[in-house]
Design a protein around this ligand. Structure first.
Ligand SMILES: NC(=O)c1ccc[n+]([C@@H]2O[C@H](COP(=O)([O-])OP(=O)(O)OC[C@H]3O[C@@H](n4cnc5c(N)ncnc54)[C@H](O)[C@@H]3O)[C@@H](O)[C@H]2O)c1
Length: 428
């Protein structure tokens, strides 16, 4: 019997497809750049017949990206970059659209690893990755297929850091586009997208209000400063914890308190990690936690809030609301949201669609750039002219036109030097 996309896929329940289609259609309707300017550009034939693995949080916006690439002629295979963020209805809808999927929400770590392995076994030409999750596993477990990869476009800060490390070790034989480093990605997605959706998820999961809360953000990078701005806008009193003096000074200049972890946690009602590392809040900080503190994570790794250490020290663990786990440390209750996974995606709706219209325009064009240019191995910046083209298309979709500089508004040397001197230098 010949294999079909459905028989090759591992999803939870094909009957959930109708609501998945609706969610993808909503994403499409609110993604004018990806559905317009970008769709036109990637439809030039350079992706036709290419195998593209999409390993990003598997929900509606990602699914729409996958369909745009499939419509351009690519053979797309998808899996989730974190098992807690997969939407089973969207996965089912993708399979109905002819895209192979390996993912179910909340799968065990072993099942998730097996899913990524199956995607790697399809021998992709290009990977659209998040956190480098597929790329580093292919480097480790499938050296032959890894060597055949033609390119990777990487979504997030942690992934770019990991892939730079592979490059430093001499283990990056293909070109990589650092999609995260595109202005249209990190300045909007990491900051505004994560800022809004993290605060939104914390409020929705807890049914608490933000005004008057003592709110700690650990890590004041693009993500941390976005979260701080949205929490502050809703009336929270924000304290930032940083290890980088420049970022700490920036937090201070933005009007927030800055403190070391123990001081900050001792008064915190809510603390969110956004460092990109692991164990940002760990056992040595537990004594400082105030009773009833709410802890959550917005960074890539599930272990920024050290949940295994909490489990190890807790006298009891129970779920007090969906997505809210209580750990009793002696008589002190501590709450963790979404098991410490990225709270805005695992415990919320993820970034606003309009933000992902930008991020996934960068990803689609990053993949197209890899397929239509002969790039050298190593990390490449996303071309500035593409960044500007996406911004222009987004502004146009909102009916916004840009001004331009006239000649007499440009600062040139001829304004300072007399005309003869200026001309004679040019002729020497
Ligand atoms: N949740 C989401 O939807 C989402 C979106 C984009 C990025 N991310 C992820 O969020 C994380 C942060 O991304 P970013 O772009 O802000 O990175 P960034 O590098 O700009 O900022 C991280 C900051 O954390 C600080 N830091 C590191 N370890 C620390 C510690 N233990 N204590 C205090 N400060 C510490 C660093 O000095 C740095 O300023 C990454 O893992 C990234 O992949 C998540």
């Amino acid at each position: 019997m010949s294999e079909t996309v459905a028989s090759r896929s591992r999803i939870k329940d094909p009957s959930q497809a109708p609501s998945g289609h609706q969610a993808i259609e909503w994403a499409r309707r609110n993604s004018p750049v990806l559905d317009g300017f970008v769709r036109k550009k990637v439809n030039d034939g350079s992706l036709r017949g290419k195998r593209v693995a999409v390993v990003v949080h598997l929900e509606a916006k990602t699914a729409f990206l996958a369909t745009v690439l499939a419509d351009a002629g690519a053979h797309v295979v998808a899996a989730g970059s974190n098992p807690w963020s997969t939407r089973d209805n969207v996965a089912a809808a993708l399979v109905e659209r002819g895209i192979e999927v390996h993912s179910t929400r909340g799968s065990t770590n072993e099942m998730w690893e097996a899913d990524l392995s199956r995607v790697g076994d399809t021998s992709p030409d290009y990977v659209i990755d998040d956190g480098g999750e597929l790329t580093i596993r292919m480097a480790r477990d499938k050296p032959k297929l890894y060597a055949q990869l033609k390119g990777v476009s990487e979504e997030t800060t942690t992934g770019v850091v990991r892939l730079r490390e592979l490059e430093r070790l001499g283990r990056l034989p293909m070109p990589v586009v650092a999609a995260n480093d595109a202005a249209l990605k990190h300045m909007f997605d990491n900051r505004f997208g994560t800022g809004q959706s993290t605060v939104q998820a914390v409020l929705a999961l807890t049914n608490l209000r933000m005004a008057g809360k003592r709110f700690v953000v650990v890590g004041y990078g693009w993500v941390g400063r976005g979260i701080a701005a949205y929490a502050h806008a809703l009336g929270a009193r924000v304290t930032a914890v940083e290890v980088d003096p420049i970022r700490a000074l920036e937090a201070h200049s933005d009007g927030h308190e800055v403190a070391d972890m123990t001081t900050a946690l001792s008064t915190a009602d809510i603390a969110i990690t956004a460092t990109g590392g692991i164990r940002a809040i760990t056992s040595r900080h537990f004594d400082a936690l105030k009773p009833h503190v709410v802890l959550a994570n917005a960074g890539h790794h599930d272990h920024e809030v050290d949940v295994p250490a909490l489990i190890g020290q807790a006298d009891s663990v129970d779920e007090v609301r969906p997505g809210v786990t209580r750990y009793r440390l002696g008589s002190k209750p501590v709450y963790v949201l979404s098991e410490g996974a990225l709270v805005n995606i695992a415990g919320g709706l993820g970034h606003p669609v309009e933000i992902m219209d930008l991020s996934f325009s960068v990803q689609a064009l990053g993949c197209h750039y890899l397929a239509s240019n002969d790039l050298s191995p190593g990390i490449h910046q996303f071309p500035l002219e593409l960044d500007k083209a996406i911004a222009t298309a987004k502004l146009a979709s909102r009916g916004i036109t840009l001004d331009h500089l006239d000649e007499d508004q440009t600062d040139t040397l001829s304004e300072i030097l007399d005309a003869d001197t200026y001309q004679s230098w040019g002729n020497e």
